[in-house]
Design a protein around this ligand. Structure first.
Ligand code: NAD
Ligand code: UFG
Length: 340
């Protein structure tokens, strides 16, 4: 019988790609999403790729009764992947209570339900934002955690602590915490991708909209950083590669005999790419020019950060594989599909 997995936030950007990979690996998926940052059509995209409609519960993870009902109506869930969270850094500064309530109550409710309903493990979406501005690059999982620069970042730090404290208290659950670097791109089928709601805040959705003529031009936030070309450096990871890491993490957590109860992995490519390099890579991959200008620095931006992904490579047996040009071509195909 297929192992049943609950994916919270499963109609969202990373969640939807992960649902596809889980289904293709033979898992049965139940999604809960309150559609606060996604829509139902994503379910059709998932089914178009895999031929399988996931069970979908429209509901809010901050409501404990909704979760209990879900576990009662879908018995036998063995693992959870918790994507459900609010994720806009700027908004979190404006509305901190919304972020603390949504992100922390969701996690606490899920943890509370796990022993009660026999759920063995939870994979948690964390972020490289917990490292702040690193003293040296690239960074592994032992790099110091710096004070958070936004309520959003703080929810990730606190979430990691909540999971750790809960497991140390003897709760009969396991967890794998995944610290994502910068996820970009879309499924190569162009049936699912990142949904642009309003003006994009992140680089790649803005870039593809500028290339498509929806935005006048992309502003490069600063070219006076201490980097080779002056623009900021990130570790951009293909969203399908990222999704696949969740499948191997789930397998390890549920099937691994003597793995630690709590493990943390960086998920990145190990390569730092600047904003200007990314624009060039997009133009090379698609032949489409990106209208752009150099602007001033964005407040709170990290200058450079990229991962040492060795732990995930060696222990999970997972490596990011998709070349950045291919990822950007997929992002462009997705952008074009949205205009149809
Ligand atoms: P997303 O907004 O596309 O997906 C999150 C989904 O969760 C959305 O569909 C939203 O409707 C849903 N949701 C939010 N609160 C909910 C609640 N209380 N109950 C039920 N559903 C709820 O975001 P994403 O980019 O797919 O991110 C997924 C996770 O990965 C988040 O936890 C995010 O913080 C984390 N993360 C994302 C990035 C990134 O750059 N995208 C980087 C690091 C970490
Ligand atoms: N950038 C621009 N112009 C834009 C948008 C972004 O030059 O219009 C630059 C930024 O200055 C930065 C780089 O592109 O140097 C990447 O910016 P993003 O906003 O795409 O990503 P961040 O690294 O700032 O943050 C993202 C998520 C966070 C998450 C972090 C690590 O927004 O939630 O990645 O995973 F924590």
């Amino acid at each position: 019988m297929a192992t049943k997995i609950l994916v919270t936030g499963g109609t969202g950007y990373i969640g939807s790609h992960t649902v596809v990979e889980l289904q293709q690996a033979g898992y049965e998926v139940v999604i809960i999403d309150n559609l606060s940052n996604s829509n139902r059509d994503v379910l059709k995209g998932i089914e178009a790729i895999t031929g399988i409609a996931p069970v979908f519960v429209e509901g809010d993870c901050t409501d404990l009764d909704t979760l209990k009902k879900l576990f009662e109506q879908n018995p036998g869930i063995k693992g959870i992947i918790n994507f459900a969270a609010s994720k806009a850094v700027g908004e979190s500064v404006q509305k901190p209570l919304l972020y603390y309530r949504n992100n922390l109550n969701t996690l606490i409710n899920l943890l509370e339900c796990m022993p009660q309903y026999g759920v063995k493990g939870i994979v948690f979406s964390s972020s490289c934002t917990v490292y702040g501005e690193p003293d040296v690059n690239p960074i592994d999982e032992t790099a110091p955690i710096k004070p958070a620069t936004s309520p959003y970042g703080n929810t990730k730090q606190i979430s990691e602590e909540i999971i750790t404290d809960y497991i140390h208290s003897g709760a009969p659950v396991k967890s794998i915490i995944l610290r994502y670097f910068n996820p970009i791109g879309a499924h190569p089928s162009a049936k699912i991708g990142e949904l642009p709601l309003g003006v994009p805040q992140n680089l790649v959705p803005y870039l593809t909209q500028a290339a498509a003529g929806i935005r006048k031009e992309l502003t490069v936030f600063g070219n006076d950083y201490n980097t080779p070309d002056g623009s900021c450096i990130r570790d951009y990871i293909d969203v399908v590669d990222l999704a696949k890491a969740h499948v191997v993490a789930m397998r390890r957590m549920l099937d691994g005999e003597d793995t630690d109860s709590i493990e943390i992995f960086n998920l990145g490519t190990g390569r730092g790419v600047s904003v200007l390099e990314l624009i060039n890579a997009f133009e090379k991959a698609t032949g489409v020019p990106v209208p752009h200008k150099i602007g001033s620095r964005r407040e709170g931006d990290i200058e450079k950060i990229w991962a040492i992904p060795d732990k995930a490579n060696n222990i999970l047996g997972w490596t990011a594989e998709v070349p950045v040009e291919e990822t950007l071509a997929n992002a462009w195909r997705w952008q074009k599909s949205l205009e149809k």
